[in-house]
Design a protein around this ligand. Structure first.
Ligand code: KG4
Ligand code: ZN
Length: 344
């Protein structure tokens, strides 16, 4: 492997319930191995203690597989990028300490990478010629953020959620409807058989002059729907598709309206939607249609780069190296995002 021209990067991601490692060279993802922890499904959400134990079990095999699938050896690696924030502290520490130890033993730098910033830049894994400035909507189980990305290291946080994240709302509504975890994919699927106009879900902050979001009212509305049906809180199965479609439409209307308003206000050509919720087929189709109407271009990374993955960590490590503004090679894991302007 020729490694003199640009750095061969090993990246590690362990902030939540995916253990992932990737190898990247000069914009090419050579491998992106993702091990998803199935154990949390039975609890209806991620159990932090179980997550960190599962990371401990998987980190070595996942890194080994990333190296071998990339057809390189560990000795070829020049730089390590690792998610240092935000996330579950115990989970972050597994990836971070592994990366630190590996970097120390190989005498190569280890750079801390912000998970949210990596989601924002994941669009470049799909489309290398996204123009700055662009608007990025990051929607995942833990975060909902609308960001104006002026350049690498130059961001304006336009809005964020005031309560639940968009993915969290999908997960909670699915739980209320008895559909299991994670809720996003199942609601996406069931909504296809339903009528999005059947039930009028509230759209908090939709008409307000703010880029902030609020989803907890939608969850409460779903809970009331279930309670109203009968004393036992069990919905007729035939109503589920309509409720899924109507809830999903309310979330999508809100996300789309604010994203398009930001794109117009800042006269951008490119819009990026990233994070686990960007896997939603209706969300992609709706924002895509709105972008096309305005002569803008939407980039949504493929599924493996939307949900948590190390390729996006490698990608941002490379951007940072090329921009010349690297974070210090000193990592302190943080459950909260300390990177401005994502320190909300
Ligand atoms: O980015 P991600 O993998 O992990 C976090 O950082 O949170 O996102 C996971 C979230 C979950 O809340 C899941 O329900 C949601 O993404 N999700 C979806 C879909 N697929 C995953 N939400 C809506 N529609 C989907 N198709
Ligand atoms: Zn994420």
């Amino acid at each position: 492997m020729e490694k003199n021209m640009s750095k061969l990067i090993l990246a590690i991601e362990s902030s939540c319930d995916e253990t992932s490692a990737a190898v990247m060279h000069n914009g090419d993802v050579l491998s992106n191995v993702i091990s998803s922890q199935e154990i949390h499904a039975q609890y209806g959400g991620v159990v932090p203690e179980l997550a960190s134990r599962a990371h401990l079990e998987m980190i070595i095999p996942v890194v080994e597989k990333a190296i071998s699938s990339a057809s390189v050896t560990l000795d070829d690696i020049n730089v390590i990028g690792v998610t240092s924030e935000p996330g579950l502290l115990g989970s972050l520490l597994v990836g971070e300490n592994f990366a630190k130890a590996l970097g120390l033993s190989m005498n190569i730098p280890v750079y801390p990478i912000n998970h949210l910033e990596a989601h924002i830049f994941s669009g470049f894994l799909e489309n290398r010629d996204i123009n700055f400035p662009f608007v990025a909507l990051v929607v995942s189980g833990g975060h909902t953020m609308l960001v104006l990305v002026k350049d690498v290291n130059d961001y304006i946080l336009l809005g964020t959620t005031q309560d639940d994240a968009a993915g969290e709302a999908f997960d909670k509504v699915a739980k209320i409807l008895g559909l299991g975890y994670p809720g996003g994919p199942v609601i996406d699927k069931r909504a296809k058989q339903g009528n999005p106009k059947a039930v009028h879900f509230p759209r908090p902050l939709y008409f307000e002059n703010t880029y902030n979001f609020s989803f907890s009212g939608m969850k409460t509305f779903a809970l009331q729907l279930v309670r109203k049906t009968n004393g036992q809180g069990i919905l007729e199965a035939s109503r589920i598709p309509d409720i899924c479609a109507s809830f999903q439409r309310a979330v999508i209307d809100t996300l789309t309206a604010k994203t398009m308003r930001a794109a117009e206000e800042f006269s951008v050509h490119d819009v990026v939607v990233a994070g686990g919720v960007s896997a939603n087929s209706e969300l992609r189709a709706t924002i895509d249609a709105e972008c096309t109407k305005r002569g803008m271009r939407l980039t949504v990374p493929r599924l493996a780069y939307c949900t948590d993955n190390a390729a996006m960590i490698a990608n941002l490590t490379e951007f940072k190296i090329k921009s010349g503004v690297m974070p210090p090679e000193m990592i302190v894991a943080s459950a909260r995002s300390t990177l401005l302007p994502f320190s909300v």
